[in-house]
Design a protein around this ligand. Structure first.
Ligand code: OXD
Ligand code: MN
Length: 596
């Protein structure tokens, strides 16, 4: 292969003849002025070299390899621990295209602003060229991205989260259709932090952060914000959804996609282990965060998981909440912002086993059980390869994806929302998704605990106007012959004393079974103003200790006062996005009011 015509020292074995890639990298290097350019090839040897380098530089700490083979630890700057929506911009030529729920700046102005910040920003540093795929190799749905970054932590995380290296150049060939991602850490200063998307150029520039959601550019930036924009233009859907396969004892497989806001249990749900009572049932994981869905030739909706790893919230992960994750993160994992024990192990609130007598907290300060602060940051994360998942679906790497029978929307709601109900039809389901609300979590900075509208869990991730996005959902109906059934769930409803009305975790299998049975024409349901719901007698509660059918009725109650308030809150979103809001959704609202 021809040597790269770089003016800088070039390192690494990654190489490409693709002229568009080479010209673009050259131009960015001219701007950022790194001392050297490292072309990643994605090999195991490279992983070893770069990991050793990261350890030598103090970016990673090698964990106890006997307990945690292949695992490393990273501490981020304490000002940089979550996504920052106020610093996230959609830069379309017209503000109207980005819509009222996105921050906007004209592309020219943003390129100029960030260009000035990036100028010379990599002096004395290395620019890593990270080619990657979102999606299985060879899939017509797969997209190529190239991320240029001065963060070794990003390089090593990207190779877990995406299919990274030569495989991307192979898929790209001599095309210039790749996402151009530039990441400069700068001084990791919140005042100089921007995550800017240029959907018309298929480009992203991220500066001033080193937190996963802001800087692993394949994930939220390409797979969701740019992806949703591309999907609208190209006739497919990019969604903030897990994908799982439910296998019955008879071997019947039903695939389900589910949208919950960040840190509301998508990873746990995607890796659920059915309780003992569900003998012979299995849950297989396809993905835990993102689904790209496209109508197939047979008229069904097919989904791929564009990612290759899991970037999950650590606290609360244990063998009750997610035994599959416990196995998945036992090796080859990068832990960020958890606590570090004296024997080179990691710890977090809610981990199995004893609380350590002493450790270093996520900031590196001494921590004991008497400390007032949490040892692990509430948004501390693991980055683990999906191939470690013992329940990885055999079709997770299938270029054709998996056929989706049900779509589930859900939020974290202490009141109002029943455990489960089913939409009357697709358009009603779009309304249910569009009006979703959830209590805010630590995955994003600000507003903890407040209910905010988070349509389809895409509020922070939709790369264009939210009303147009709803329109796209409605248009997709015409392209899918066998539409998935749509459901809403809420695992988090509480009674007046603040106790959860549903046990959650593995017991969510009971809800999933009803959903799967509905899709396969087997379960009864009764019509309510909200949609179809199960009667206690049609819902499997057997073997669930201390759970009466009265309690089930309570978790399913429709409280009319709550719903009046809910409708007013939903209106706030609809008013905000009114100019592009499809009229169909206003009719759906009227119908709901009439039914209530
Ligand atoms: C995530 C998020 O990291 O949604 O997946 O914040
Ligand atoms: Mn997410």
């Amino acid at each position: 292969m021809a040597k790269l015509l770089m003016t800088k020292t070039t390192l690494g074995n990654g190489n490409t003849d693709n002229q568009s890639v080479r010209r673009w990298v050259e131009a960015q290097a001219k701007l950022c002025q790194p001392d050297q350019i490292y072309w990643c090839d994605g090999s195991e040897a490279e992983k070893e070299t770069l990991t050793a380098e990261a350890v030598a530089q103090g970016i990673l700490v090698k964990l106890n390899q006997e307990k945690l083979p292949g695992c490393y630890y990273h501490r981020s700057n304490p000002n940089d621990v979550a996504r920052v929506e106020q610093c996230t911009f959609i830069c379309t030529p017209m503000q109207e295209e980005a819509g009222p729920t996105n921050n906007w700046m004209a592309p020219k102005a943003m390129y100029a602003k960030l260009g000035a910040m990036c100028a010379g920003a990599m002096k004395g540093r290395t620019m890593y060229v990270v080619p990657y795929l979102m999606g299985p190799p060879g899939s017509p749905m797969t997209k190529v991205g190239i991320e240029l970054t001065d963060s070794l932590y990003v390089v090593l995380s990207m190779r877990i989260m995406a299919r990274m290296g030569e495989v991307a150049y192979k898929q790209l060939g001599d095309s210039d259709d790749f996402n151009r991602g530039l990441h400069c850490m700068l001084d990791v200063n919140p005042d100089r932090r921007f995550i800017a998307h240029f959907p018309h150029d298929n480009a992203v520039i991220s500066v001033g952060s080193n937190y996963g959601g802001n800087v692993l550019l394949g994930k939220k930036c390409l797979a969701l914000r740019i992806g949703s924009f591309l999907g609208r233009n190209e006739g497919w859907m990019a969604e903030h959804m897990l994908i799982l396969g439910v296998e019955s004892p008879a071997g019947e497989k039903t695939y389900v996609a589910a949208a919950f806001p960040s840190a509301c249990g998508k990873t746990n749900f995607a890796m659920m282990v059915p309780p003992a009572h569900f003998k012979g049932w299995k849950i297989w994981t396809v993905g835990d965060d993102i689904a790209w869905m496209k109508p197939g030739e047979d008229g069904r909706l097919y989904a791929i998981n564009p990612e290759a790893g899991y970037f999950g919230v650590v606290p609360g992960t244990n063998s009750k909440s997610n035994p599959t994750a416990v196995q998945t993160i036992a090796r080859d994992t990068i832990f960020t912002n958890v606590a570090l024990t004296p024997d080179g192990d990691v710890w977090w609130e809610g981990k199995d086993g004893p609380v350590p007598k002493e450790c270093l907290d996520w900031r590196g300060n001494k921590w004991t059980p008497d400390s007032k602060e949490k040892a692990a940051h509430p948004n501390s994360r693991f980055a683990a390869p999906m191939k470690n998942n013992p329940m990885l679906d055999p079709l997770a790497n299938d270029p054709n994806g998996v056929p989706i029978s049900a779509i589930i929307f859900g939020g974290r709601r202490a009141d109002t929302m029943p455990l489960v109900y089913q939409a009357f039809n697709w358009i009603h389901g779009v309304y249910i998704g569009a009006t979703m609300g959830s209590e805010m979590t630590a995955a994003a900075v600000g507003g903890l605990g407040q209910v905010r509208r988070d349509p389809m869990a895409m509020l922070p991730f939709c790369g264009y106007d939210m009303g147009d996005y709803f329109r796209h959902w409605i248009v997709m109906r015409k392209l899918i012959k066998f539409t998935p059934r749509i459901f809403h769930v809420n695992w988090f409803r509480k009674d007046e004393a603040g106790n959860f009305l549903w046990p959650g975790f593995g017991e969510n299998m009971r809800v999933l079974k009803w959903i799967v049975d509905r899709c396969n024409g087997r379960a009864n349901a009764v019509e309510t103003p909200l949609g179809w719901v199960p009667y206690a007698k049609d819902f499997d509660l057997s073997g669930l200790a201390d759970y009466s059918s009265e309690k089930f009725d309570r978790v399913q109650t429709i409280n009319y006062d709550d719903w009046r308030r809910e409708l007013l809150q939903q209106d706030e979103l609809f008013m905000r996005i009114y100019s592009h809001l499809p009229k169909e959704l206003i009719f759906q609202r009227e119908l709901l009011v009439a039914r209530l």
